[in-house]
Design a protein around this ligand. Structure first.
Ligand SMILES: Nc1nc2c(ncn2[C@@H]2O[C@H](COP(=O)(O)OP(=O)(O)O)[C@@H](O)[C@H]2O)c(=O)[nH]1
Ligand SMILES: [Mg+2]
Ligand SMILES: [Zn+2]
Length: 284
């Protein structure tokens, strides 16, 4: 038995990095699923090139999404979610809100990166659109991964960050800019997992230094929150919190009810209409 960390999760196959820095392809025992990139595990090696994940250590955090049928783990033991957006192709603001909700629920920091800011005009517009989130307290970092990655580095220090967002926003480009020699390693791991593709098909963890790590993840088109109750979603809208409990009805859904403290706060400009509309779409 050996301790290690899952550094790539590809369907039911995993790469586990062992204490000596080598990686071992592993599977899970039987139907036991639920292993995520970032997990600390104990593996049993059955040969020099194959192991079995025996135990998953308790997690400090777990980030997952769900549709009506199943839950999909995105990453484990991360301290920060970096939502990567770009003006081109256009990003979905609802997906941003869903990522922020996931961050709040997992009690993880969130950083919003607007990448491709070398595309000046569309980026200016996107920054205006995103100013709302900066006002809510989410740091907003304009970036061009292709031109200069330096502004991102201080945000990564001492963190285990996971990059999330739609495909095409530049997540993998950010990793490549941070670690220029990574392309070789990516190829190596793709071969180990029998995937020859260049698009990101699996989550993968990279070490930036001894205590800073970053996980690249496949593009998200959906970020289902089926596992979350209405109360939990409401609580994840940080600016709603002061008003929760002040509505006339204890079970107020903040949709059409009279004397709704949340909607009153929208009327007086304390909460933005866009966030209330997003909430109403997420928790109808
Ligand atoms: N103009 C511009 N294009 C970028 C930038 N970063 C990434 N791209 C391009 O956006 C496309 C998608 O990048 P990729 O990293 O694969 O996105 P991912 O799907 O989020 O991993 C590629 O064609 C990149 O060259 C940037 O800072 N500026
Ligand atoms: Mg990618
Ligand atoms: Zn209400």
């Amino acid at each position: 038995m050996a301790e290690g960390q899952v550094v790539a999760a590809f369907g039911r196959q995993f790469l586990v990095e062992l204490a000596d820095g080598t990686t071992l392809p592993c599977i899970t025992r039987g139907k036991k699923g639920g292993v995520a990139c970032g997990d600390r595990v104990i593996v049993q090696s059955i040969s020099a090139s194959q192991g079995i994940i025996d135990t998953i250590a308790p997690r400090t955090s777990l980030l997952y999404r769900s549709d009506a049928f199943r839950e999909k783990i995105i990453a484990a033991n991360v301290t920060q979610i970096i939502v990567v957006l770009a003006a081109e192709p256009a990003f979905y603001e609802d997906l941003l809100n869903r990522c922020l909700i996931a961050a709040e629920t997992a009690d993880i920091k969130a950083l919003i990166v607007l990448n491709k800011c070398d595309l000046e005009n569309p980026s200016q517009q996107a920054l205006q659109q995103l100013a709302l989130y900066a006002e809510l307290g989410y740091p907003l970092l304009p970036l061009s991964a292709l031109q200069d990655i330096a502004p991102l580095r201080p945000w990564l220090h001492g963190q285990t960050s996971v990059l999330v967002g739609q495909s095409g926003m530049g997540k993998s480009s950010i990793v490549n800019a941070l670690l220029p020699d990574i392309q070789a390693r990516t190829r190596e791991i793709s071969q180990a997992l029998n995937s020859g593709k260049h698009t990101t098909t699996h989550a993968q963890l990279y070490h930036l230094d001894a205590d800073s790590h970053i996980i690249d993840s496949p593009g998200l088109q959906e970020f289902g929150l089926h596992h979350m109750s209405r109360d939990a979603i409401t609580h994840a809208f940080v600016e709603f919190r002061p008003y929760i409990g002040d509505c006339r009805f204890a079970n107020c859904k903040h949709l059409v009810e009279p004397d709704c403290a949340v909607r009153n706060a929208v009327a007086t400009g304390k909460i933005s209409e866009r966030r209330l509309a997003a909430y109403q779409r997420l928790a109808p």
